[in-house]
Ligand binder design. Structure first.
Ligand code: KIV
Length: 274
């Protein structure tokens, strides 16, 4: 349990570091990861938070939504991610139906994630509706990240991926959700695909940091899905994703170069042989 044993190390990011970053106005950088190699690269590049998102259902497993992801799958991926990280705090998404039926399920399952993966905290989608459970989980010593706005586990209820919090009624409810999560003890809250003006208002009204995705520049931090920002998946191009690389193209070019060399008898060379 590397993450627990060296939690007091000077460089380890903890909930205290994250709270301090908000107080000092230092932006928080977060990306998703689903495996050891990626999390090691993110950690070495200075990422603050690594989120083992249930987006892995879509970008890793090729499913249409995140709904089918299981707790066992999240735990499997989280274990590999934690092994790659020395500095960043690892947060694990609680998948659909691991906490919605009863607060006690969420409590027990969050405990399982912490015990089996060595992660630093868990994330739940929802606001006021899950506040009692968030409080219970937090009281057990488990850091909780909230997630409101466009919450992908409710995609069938929303009927699509349009921005949330656009109507005055829904904007008011999201502000209330954020406040209630803070009062319940969440250490941070993800704001997904909501108007920048609303995200700014929520960010200013909270003591805990907001982490935005498609929520404008005035959140305390930003999160993106790693395969989106690395350009690994070319078919998904929403305007909130900035592509920092075009790895799909680079991988395809590399692989076709290898195939060509093998077929032409040009690989391996003498130097690459024993
Ligand atoms: O599952 C995920 O990757 C997420 C982020 C997009 C916030 O929840």
């Amino acid at each position: 349990m590397k993450q627990v044993s060296d939690i007091s190390g000077p460089k380890r990011i903890t909930t205290r570091t994250i709270a301090e970053m908000k107080r000092k106005g230092q932006p928080i950088a977060c990306l998703t990861a689903y495996d050891f190699i990626t999390s090691r690269l993110l950690d070495r590049a200075g990422i603050d938070l690594v989120l083992v998102g249930d987006s892995l259902g879509m970008v890793f497993q090729g499913q249409e939504t995140t709904i089918s992801v299981t707790l066992d799958e999240m735990i499997y991926h989280a274990k590999t991610v934690v092994r790659g990280v020395d500095r960043a705090m690892v947060i694990v998404d609680m998948p659909f139906m691991s906490y919605q039926v009863h607060a006690d399920d969420g409590f027990r399952n969050a405990g399982r994630v912490m015990k089996e993966t060595g992660a630093g905290g868990v994330k739940f989608e929802g606001g006021e509706r899950i506040a009692e459970m968030v409080h219970k989980v937090m009281q057990a010593g488990i850091p909780v990240m909230g997630h409101i706005g466009l919450t992908p586990q409710s995609i069938h209820q929303f009927g699509g991926y349009q921005p949330r919090g656009v109507s005055p009624g829904e904007a008011k409810q999201l502000l209330r959700d954020a406040k209630v999560l803070e009062e319940a003890g969440a250490f941070s809250v993800v704001l997904e695909k909501i108007p920048g003006v609303l995200a700014t208002k929520i960010t200013k009204s909270l003591r805990i940091p907001t982490i935005g995705i498609g929520a404008g520049i005035h959140c305390d931090g930003q999160v993106l899905v790693v395969s989106d920002m690395l350009g690994l998946y070319e078919d998904f191009n929403p305007r909130f994703v900035r592509k920092y690389a075009h790895l799909a193209q680079a991988i395809q070019e590399s692989v076709s170069g290898y195939v060509k060399d093998v077929k032409a008898g040009k690989f391996p060379s003498k130097e690459e042989s024993y």
